[in-house]
Design a protein around this ligand. Structure first.
Ligand code: ADP
Ligand code: MG
Length: 700
């Protein structure tokens, strides 16, 4: 294939040249023919139909009219200056308005000459008008001009328009490019797959994405390219998974006597069915010779820590060490405190390693790890440091995966000499299945879909600032019952000072509102030991109210806390609100979440509040979140690369995704090396992409 075609610099395209090329580079990330080919229009307009003025209503999308201007007049001046035309056809007349570029337009159009105009009807006052429509003179000599049925509309910026690169001009460029493309685009899916899913050829699809011959062709083009996009992502993920499972041997850990001892003699509660199932799934992996790579998804409070600990006991039963990495010091400390007693009872050595561990203790930990006398290490990313070496690491657990990147996950792997440790990744961010397939497609997934018995669903209410007295008296009555309260402020990343000020103000007014109670305050700018001290005070019940930023979001466990007040709650995303709410409802008491916001909310803000009030179900919330925000935000920065989809939409195209994954799986099972002749289009495409990856990445 002529793979130079895709890599040809855009300035070589007829009608581009260096100046326009530079604008295309900077404004649209278009450097090459390939880039332009994949600069897909965001919609198409039907230019084959003409409407009558009489039939227009404001619900209509873009419409096309044929007629003449009866008058053209300028009104007002300065800012308010506008050009108003009366446009007539044989059914009536409509007002057409311009606020910008008036001089140019009044030179371009004239009264009495036939035009086609094209725009979106709006209501202005009580009348319908068209503002800033496209206007084109009807050429009498070419009256039967065959204008294509659907014309593409491309995203353009002001700078592009100023460089004569409006949507129409881009359309001309793609047309020119497509006309010289013949034979340069090679099919990258096997014939059998195309037939099975009724997909059109790649080159035909690319053409029809820009300049479709009909709606049906446009849809066929989209389906084809969506499938292709998702297929190659899934193939890549599954290949990685296959590679790992064939090449990375894990150590077999079949013994369970520690677990049995714990289960019989020390387990403080009955495990939920879901916890038992997930432990069984992990044990199946751990006793096999394959390296476990398992994601545990469980809503907040579902008891993931206990599952992790029991898996550590499996490792310990086999004389293997294990570690647990948490994203914050507070959380690591809490895991440590929680597991210390159990470990002691079982005769296991456990230690905590964080950034603030003293040098002396740190050295002791390093030695104990290497000699194998330390069984369990809990910590933060301090665990990743090169100095941390295990004698025999059997299991590495990562808590709250979304805070860590893939690279960090991989780093933990290298902590062992002969074998990769079994990996358990735990996340409380419920991810819709389709998204998980893409984000964590290389991991096996276990889901804890059951909360410990006796938990009462948290009651959530949305209130406004003006209800402050009511909120405060509710807080007082809960404290009287012996409960504790969280008051959380959003961390404003763009303006940390402002966020901190909100928090301090909040702390002050809470001090005034609750003079008879003790308050703790925790935020990210505090020294770790000060933070820890305040957390401990709250945990021990010495303080009744914890005023904090989102540092407490992840994992903190204070069963006696029954009220979560979230201030400025409109500034939080759904996932975060749900996480925060999960800090309460961990004891036997009825818990409450109060979302405080200003009164005027955006549409999305309202949906977020309503969703939180309506449901406690993390998966339902994740679905809504995905619909509101798109997948980019959800996936976290580290993984988001894989989510930059060009044509497919992870929410809408879940059926295509499933089909693509199944096909990829099927193909890899039969032909893992992709060496058969019918799979050669796939192989070639992957090789090409790998070769070009340097080139493609320069764009971002
Ligand atoms: P998360 O899944 O959010 O990390 P944790 O592991 O922190 O949840 O567990 C939340 C609380 O529930 C802890 O206090 C824990 O001891 C308790 N817990 C865990 N499993 C059970 C169970 N099966 N029955 C009762 N309480 C449990
Ligand atoms: Mg947890």
């Amino acid at each position: 294939m002529n793979h130079h075609f895709f890599e040809t610099k855009i300035e070589f395209l007829k009608g581009v040249g260096p100046k326009k090329a530079s604008v295309l580079n900077k404004e649209a990330g278009i450097f090459t023919y390939g880039d332009l080919l994949q600069y897909f229009p965001f919609r198409h307009e039907d230019r084959s139909q003409f409407h009558k003025v009489r039939d227009i209503n404001e619900q209509m999308p873009y419409i096309q009219l044929k007629g003449t201007f009866k008058s053209l007049q300028t009104y007002g001046d300065g800012h308010k200056k506008r050009l108003v035309g009366q446009f007539h056809d044989d059914s009536g007349s409509i007002e057409v308005v311009w606020f910008k570029g008036i001089k140019w337009i009044s030179q371009k159009i004239a009264v009495g000459i036939p035009y086609t105009i094209f725009g979106k009807p709006n209501v202005y006052g009580s009348k319908i008008n068209l503002s800033h429509p496209e206007v084109e003179e009807i050429n009498p000599n070419a009256s039967n001009q065959n204008s294509p049925a659907l014309s593409p509309v491309y995203n353009t910026t002001e700078r592009m328009k100023n460089a004569f690169l409006d949507s129409k001009a881009i359309g001309k460029l793609t047309e020119a490019l497509l006309s010289i493309m013949d034979g340069s685009v090679e099919e990258n899916l096997p014939e059998g797959l195309l037939q099975h899913f009724n997909l059109i050829e790649r080159s035909v699809a690319l053409k029809n994405m820009h300049h479709p011959s009909s709606i049906n062709w446009l849809n066929a083009a989209k389906s084809r390219l969506k499938f292709e996009e998702l297929f190659f992502i899934q193939l890549q993920i599954l290949k990685l998974k296959l590679f790992k499972s064939t090449n990375y041997k894990g150590q077999s850990l079949p013994e369970t006597h520690m677990l049995n001892d714990f289960y019989k003699n020390h387990l403080p509660f009955e495990l939920t069915g879901a916890q038992k199932r997930v432990i069984r799934e992990a044990y199946e992996d751990m006793k096999s010779n394959k390296q476990m790579n398992r994601l545990i998804q469980g809503d907040v409070g579902s008891g993931k820590t206990m599952v992790a600990f029991i898996c550590m006991l499996i490792a310990a039963s086999n004389k293997s060490q294990s570690c647990l990495m948490a994203p914050t010091e507070i959380l690591a400390g809490q895991h440590y405190e929680g597991l210390k007693e159990f470990s002691k009872k079982l005769g296991l050595n456990i230690a905590l390693l964080t950034g603030s561990t003293r040098k002396k203790e740190r050295d002791q930990i390093h030695t104990a790890l290497e000699s194998g006398t330390l069984n369990i290490l809990i910590g933060t990313h301090a665990l990743l440091e090169d100095k941390v070496k295990f004698q025999n690491l059997g299991l590495a657990v990562i808590d709250e995966q979304h805070r860590f990147g893939v690279a960090q996950r991989a780093k933990l792997w290298s902590k062992n000499k002969d074998f990769y440790p079994h990996m358990l990744v735990m996340t409380a961010t419920p991810i819709p299945r389709t998204l998980a397939m893409t984000m964590y497609g290389d991991l096996d997934v276990s889901i804890i879909d059951e909360l410990p018995a006796g938990r009462k669903p948290i009651l959530t209410q949305h209130m406004h600032d003006k209800h402050r007295l009511k909120i405060n008296s509710f807080i007082k009555s809960e404290i009287k019952k012996g409960r504790q309260i969280y008051i959380v402020y959003p961390l404003i990343e763009e303006n940390e000072k402002l966020g901190l000020k909100d928090l301090m103000d909040g702390y002050e007014s809470a001090s005034r509102a609750f003079p008879e109670h003790h308050l703790s305050i925790v935020h990210g700018k505090m020294k770790p030991d000060a933070k820890e001290f305040e957390m401990q005070r709250f945990l021990k019940g010495e303080t009744q109210i914890m005023v904090a930023t989102t540092v407490i979001e992840v994992g903190v466990n204070v069963p006696n806390a029954s009220v979560m007040v979230i201030e400025n709650s409109e500034r939080f995303g759904l996932a975060q609100l749900h996480q925060l709410r999960g800090r309460v409802g961990r004891g036997a008491e009825q818990s409450y979440c109060i979302l405080v916001s200003k009164e005027k909310l955006s549409k999305e803000g309202k949906i977020r509040m309503e969703t939180m009030v309506r449901t406690n179900n993390g998966f339902e919330i994740a679905d809504t979140d995905l619909k509101l925000r798109g997948p980019g935000d959800l996936s976290g920065t580290q993984q988001s690369g894989i989510m930059d989809l060009l044509v497919a939409d992870i929410v809408e195209d879940s059926d295509i995704l499933k089909a693509a994954r199944k096909s990829a799986q099927h193909i890899l099972t039969k032909d893992p090396e992709l060496s058969s002749p019918q799979n050669s289009p796939i192989k070639k495409h992957i090789d090409r992409k790998t070769n070009n990856s340097v080139n493609w990445s320069r764009i971002s």
